[in-house]
Design a protein around this ligand. Structure first.
Ligand SMILES: Cc1cc2nc3c(=O)[nH]c(=O)nc-3n(C[C@H](O)[C@H](O)[C@H](O)COP(=O)(O)OP(=O)(O)OC[C@H]3O[C@@H](n4cnc5c(N)ncnc54)[C@H](O)[C@@H]3O)c2cc1C
Length: 367
């Protein structure tokens, strides 16, 4: 069996790794570069039990555990570590009132009140997402997978079965196809009966903070002078950088992933906020200013499973804010689904694509 995976993000590369572990002939088709999109620009924060009470809980728990296992068993270094996680709130330094912090995090300014510990090394961890994604692809290649650079321009069927993928207009034959193009998976709704996937834009900055910030992640509420409330997430990494994201919004997803650009206004607000939150961030050089789109569905749950009515067609996308956390368990479950006909480790029923109305090709506007 030859499986063609469309998209080389965390999801596509994790599926490639788990399929290759089962000895399946696998090709990843990536237009722009492994981890060039959200999978390279996200926070990489992982939480074991933050999805409790939702259909995502079993996937998240399995995936949190798999991240630890992969860090121990797969060759490569992608900054996996456990960490403490805190929540709090802040306003501009000039704002009058101060509150007593329940926890003393000395890399924050006095205008930050750390009110709660929300994760411990048993329940929260992190990876460098680009390095994780590239390591999964490399591990898959070591097991025989192929990485092919090119644009997926169609999916061919014969008698209700997948026959292959068009790459830059030419047919690459295969027995199965997995659509894992993040927000660009919506393009596949032209060729397969699939519900839409949308992109929600998020901005982030990466600071060079050296060893001045301990392994403490923080989720804050920050009130700007005008009254707007931002919700920054701060993730110090073991490579001496600190990643901060915080301003999301709607924007058109460009067809070419390389043309995703940040909005200067959003970056300016994010930088001004970071300089206010921490004396370390106030003086640290910024090494990356970026934006990316997280893939979201109509009901907020991912689409993972068989595409109804087309033998050999699968989808794995729409992981929203938890795509890095849930990549390993998605990879494992999709590999089981393709190889054995059903996933054993996680029940994929809540994520089946047939739960949502497919997009009519006429509804798709490509600009
Ligand atoms: C600001 C921000 C912070 C985040 N923080 C976290 C976090 O802390 N923890 C967490 O778990 N998740 C986080 N996420 C979510 C996570 O990043 C995403 O859910 C995840 O990266 C999605 O991975 P993917 O592989 O589905 O898609 P993507 O990473 O978007 O990959 C899709 C790939 O498909 C390729 N492609 C597109 N069109 C074509 C085509 N026609 N032919 C071939 N290839 C194509 C693209 O080039 C791209 O490489 C965050 C997201 C954002 C935006």
């Amino acid at each position: 069996m030859h499986v063609l995976i469309c998209g080389g993000g965390a999801i596509g590369c994790s599926i490639a790794y788990f399929l290759s572990r089962c000895g399946v002939d696998t090709t990843v088709i990536e237009s722009t570069g492994i981890a060039c999109a959200a999978s390279g620009k996200s926070g990489g924060f992982l939480a074991r039990d933050w999805c409790e009470g939702t259909p995502l809980a079993p996937l998240a728990e399995r995936s949190f555990d798999l991240h630890a296992e992969l860090a121990d068993t797969v060759v490569g270094e992608w900054g996996y570590r456990r960490l403490d996680t805190y929540a709090g709130f802040a306003s501009q330094r000039t704002a009058g009132r101060r509150f007593q912090s329940a926890h003393d995090l000395d890399w924050f300014a006095p205008n930050v009140t750390v009110s709660q510990a929300i994760g411990t090394p048993n329940t929260t961890a992190q990876v460098h997402p680009a390095r994780y994604t590239r390591a999964m692809m490399r591990a898959a290649e070591t097991l025989g997978a192929e990485l092919r650079q090119g644009w997926v321009t169609g999916i061919r069927q014969q008698h209700g079965r997948v026959a292959g993928v068009e790459v830059d207009g030419a047919l690459v034959e295969g027995d199965a196809v997995v659509v894992a193009m993040g927000p660009w998976s919506i393009l596949a709704a032209q060729w397969l009966p699939l519900p839409p996937v949308f992109g929600l834009k998020g901005h982030s900055l990466v600071f060079d903070t050296g060893d001045r910030v301990p392994a403490e992640a923080a989720f804050l509420e920050y009130q700007e002078q005008g009254g707007a409330v931002l919700t920054p997430e701060l993730f110090p990494r073991n490579d001496g950088t600190t990643y901060v994201c915080g301003i999301s919004g709607e924007d058109t997803v460009p067809v070419d992933p390389a043309r995703v650009t940040p909005d200067n206004g959003a970056l300016y607000r994010l930088e001004a906020m970071c300089r206010e939150l921490s004396p370390v961030l106030a003086v640290a050089p910024i090494v990356t200013r970026q934006a990316c789109f997280r893939p979201v569905t109509r009901d907020g749950l991912p689409l993972i499973g068989k595409v109804p009515g087309v033998d050999g067609a699968y989808i794995a996308t729409g992981h929203s804010v938890w795509g890095i956390l849930n990549a390993p368990a998605t990879g494992e479950a999709v590999a089981e689904l393709i190889v054995d006909g059903a996933s054993r480790t996680v029940d994929l029923a809540p994520f089946g694509p047939s739960r949502l109305r497919p997009l009519e090709p006429a509804e798709l506007r490509v600009r």
